[in-house]
Design a protein around this ligand. Structure first.
Ligand SMILES: *Cc1c(COP(=O)(O)O)cnc(C)c1O
Ligand SMILES: [Zn+2]
Length: 426
């Protein structure tokens, strides 16, 4: 399904697009029926309406070539649908974020070896800068004049910033009830922030409608989604490279649309096929909030169909009630021996504080979800604590301050005197 196509078709690119516009990508292929479509502004299969994804004919790529590349996602440009000169064109150059060994959190959770892949240090402080960098490249090659997205917050931040740097018009759409910091983090980069009275699924539907009507609009996660989604593979590549070119045993990944999780799996498969890491089994776990856990619900019920929900959770960046890649997440969790688990908003808050107090990492609600789910997976015996585990922190806590403002604060407010300090007992 999402595996690498080994027998590559002849490269097919839509007429009018420049040679090498999409690097080593050869075509788009339907994830449901395998139908092949020329590289171009397409995202749904003309035969069955299934989602399209990129297939490649990779050259022999070596660890040394990658290691000699820039310290950002473009070190993996040979494995992405981008032109070979991508480094020289303006973009926000995300990636190569730190992989921290989390000894304190490991001890707290009773896990032998644990790492945090910390994507909160990307240019706009979430993993979305990775996918947007790939989408921006595709949008330019496709001749788009407007760079746009429906967003749960972080995507809008990344699109607005990348568009500003590239000098392309941006228009970003968000649910109007979004956290204030996430609104400001978009509005600072673009004049065209549109708040929609509705939830993310409403915003997404509106975006699809606009994409169908307006010429030259590239909605990163709608009509250039196949190119956008490939950016998440770089998380998988980096984890493997930073572990010394090997795969971890277990990975815990937050799930909104589910795209990121499916692409980390695709990255691991590609690294094995390319001989860049040794083949080995690995388990992939998905993390959701109970207030928006349609994939976790389906996983637990043992069913294949995902029933959409109306989101009600503090994890707004994960609040997609009808996740486009949900069925593929289920498939990967089951195939790899992982699971999809969910936690309450209180557990999410505790997860945020736990990661901060053990590792000095301030995560947003999505990372609180991932941390809390990891704890729950250990407690319920679903995650093997003796195996090497990586959790992905996808965003920064300063964007969701409200969620923990009642949770942490001054231990005491005192007069500026030594006696008053002594009285606190600190
Ligand atoms: C968008 C987002 C996710 C999930 O991304 P999907 O690929 O849609 O599953 C996770 N964490 C954060 C912080 C996000 O902004
Ligand atoms: Zn199809």
């Amino acid at each position: 399904m999402s595996a690498v196509v080994t027998k590559a078709p002849e490269t097919t690119t839509q007429p009018g697009l420049r040679e090498g516009a999409f690097g080593n990508a050869t075509s788009l292929s339907c994830r449901e029926c395998g139908h092949l479509v020329a590289l171009g502004p397409f995202y749904a299969c003309p035969e069955c309406f299934g989602p399209l994804e990129i297939t490649y004919d990779f050259p022999q790529v070596t660890r040394e070539e990658i290691e000699a590349g820039p310290r950002n996602i473009w070190r993996y440009k040979a494995l992405l649908p981008v032109p070979t000169d991508i480094e020289t064109s303006p973009n926000t150059e995300p990636g190569f974020t730190r992989l921290l060994e989390a000894k304190n959190l490991a001890a707290e959770l009773g896990i032998a070896k644990l790492w945090v892949k910390d994507d909160s240090t990307n240019p706009t402080n979430s993993f979305k800068d990775r996918v947007v960098a790939c989408a921006l490249s595709a949008a330019r090659e496709l001749g788009a004049t407007t760079f746009a997205c429906p967003s749960t917050g972080n995507l809008a931040n990344a699109v607005a910033a990348a568009g500003a740097r590239a000098g392309i018009k941006t228009v970003v759409f968000i649910p109007s009830n979004l956290e204030q910091p996430k609104q400001v983090n978009s509005a600072i980069f673009t004049e065209n922030l549109v708040a929609v009275d509705g939830n993310y699924d409403d915003v997404n539907k509106l975006a699809s409608e606009i994409a169908g009507e307006e010429e030259g609009w590239a909605f990163v996660n709608v009509n250039v989604r196949p190119y956008y989604a490939e950016g998440s593979k770089t998380l998988g590549y980096e984890i493997a490279e930073q572990l010394g070119w090997r795969l971890p045993d277990q990975v815990v990944i937050p799930v909104a649309s589910g795209s990121q999780l499916t692409k980390v799996d695709k990255a691991f498969q590609e690294l094995i096929k390319l001989g860049l890491v040794e083949a080995k089994p690995y388990r992939i776990f998905g993390a959701q909030a109970e207030g928006c856990g349609p994939v976790a619900t389906a996983y637990k019920a043992g069913v294949d169909a995902i029933r959409p929900v109306k989101p009600d959770t503090i994890a707004k960046s994960l609040a997609i009630g009808n996740p486009a890649d949900g069925i593929y997440v289920l498939d990967i969790a089951r195939r790899t021996g992982g699971a999809v688990e969910e936690v309450t908003d209180d557990e999410i808050r505790e997860g945020i504080v736990l990661l901060a107090r053990t590792e000095g990492i301030f995560t947003e609600t999505a990372g609180g979800t991932t941390t809390a789910v990891t704890k729950k997976l250990v407690e319920t015996g679903q995650l093997d604590p003796s195996l090497e585990t990586v959790i992905i922190n996808t965003g920064h806590g300063l964007k969701t301050l409200d969620s923990i403002s009642g949770q942490v604060g001054p231990a005491a407010t005192i007069a500026p005197s030594y006696d008053a300090f002594k009285a606190t007992g600190l």
